[in-house]
Design a protein around this ligand. Structure first.
Ligand code: KPL
Length: 302
């Protein structure tokens, strides 16, 4: 995602500079060797000569920080450059989940914190060679509780983003969108790992379907008792719509699990169980899922 966004931002005529903030010197060297980011979409290919910096060596103030790490790494990544923030810094979070987003928007109350929720699909075919594979929809909106939704500020921020190329719409209630996406990820992502299947295959077997329905009912029940969450009505129908629309996709969690990489799962059902506990609710279906998920990962690692 970082490569896709960096290349798309570099294409904008009004953007002064785009820097990739990298966590190792060797990544900086690899980017230099590649001459920038190669971005392919269909038959079109561009080379965006974006520069990379090793995080500890960055010393200029940051005007816009687009955070592209996994959800569980975002807080540490932001903290590593927080000394470069000013009161005008815009922090834009691109992660799944809702837990980290709530913490960051409260913690960085002197900056402006936004979230971007996107279904744009991309994958790396080599380091710094990205394919923009699925053209989806992106939503951008304010997370900072004190900022409110000011049209002028939205307009200004949208001008710094590749609105057309990434199909971005302003969302006056991005927090509600993140909660709903969180509920959908809680329903889908863990199960695709347990059954080792594409999204659409969750609908094709009676046992999977029954598990999915029970899980959806429990997630909806917990979120309807969580004051920060919007009220959910028939989560299963929304999940079914997403599963049909992304039937051939391998969920992000299953992709990570298959590569032996850390997944974002801790941000989904384990956080939902924390919420259940906070509101004195039981969560047997989610607890079972967490248990089966860990057992499946352990088997995959053997
Ligand atoms: O967001 C997704 C993910 O894979 O993380 C879903 C909605 C499950 C689509 O694949």
């Amino acid at each position: 995602m970082a490569c896709l966004w960096a290349a798309r931002l570099w294409e904008l005529p009004n953007i002064e500079s785009v820097l990739l903030l990298l966590r190792s010197q060797s990544a900086v060297a690899d980017l230099q060797k590649a001459g920038g980011i190669r971005l392919r979409r269909g038959k079109t290919e561009i080379l965006a000569p974006v520069q990379g910096h090793f995080i500890p060596s960055v010393d200029a103030p940051i005007s816009h920080l687009l955070v592209c790490t996994k959800a569980q790494d975002a807080e540490e990544a932001i903290a590593s450059v927080a000394h470069l923030f000013t009161a005008d810094t815009n922090i834009v979070l691109l992660q799944n989940g809702i837990k980290m987003q709530q913490k960051v928007s409260k913690h960085y109350d002197k900056q402006k914190v936004y979230a971007l929720s996107t279904s744009q699909g991309a994958y790396l075919q080599a380091p710094f060679e990205v394919v923009h594979a699925g053209f989806g929809q992106s939503y951008l909106g304010v997370l900072s509780p004190s900022l409110g939704d000011k049209p002028a500020q939205a307009e200004r921020l949208m001008q710094s983003f590749p609105v057309q190329e990434m199909n971005i719409q302003w969302d006056a209630n991005i927090t509600a969108r993140l909660w709903i996406k969180f509920a959908i990820n809680c329903a889908i992502n863990g199960l695709t790992v347990i059954y080792n299947c594409r999204n659409g295959e969750l609908l094709q077997h009676p046992e999977r379907l029954a598990t999915l329905r029970t899980l959806c009912d429990e997630i909806q029940h917990i979120l309807n008792h969580t004051p920060a969450s919007p009220a959910l009505d028939n989560l299963y129908t929304q999940v079914e719509t997403v599963l049909l629309a992304t039937a051939d996709n391998v969920s992000s969690t299953l992709q990570d699990a298959r590569k032996g990489q850390t997944t974002e799962f801790t941000q989904f059902n384990p956080y939902l169980c924390e919420l259940a506990q906070n509101y004195h609710l039981t969560a047997p279906a989610n607890e079972r899922l967490i248990h089966q998920f860990s057992a499946t990962l352990a088997r995959m690692a053997d």
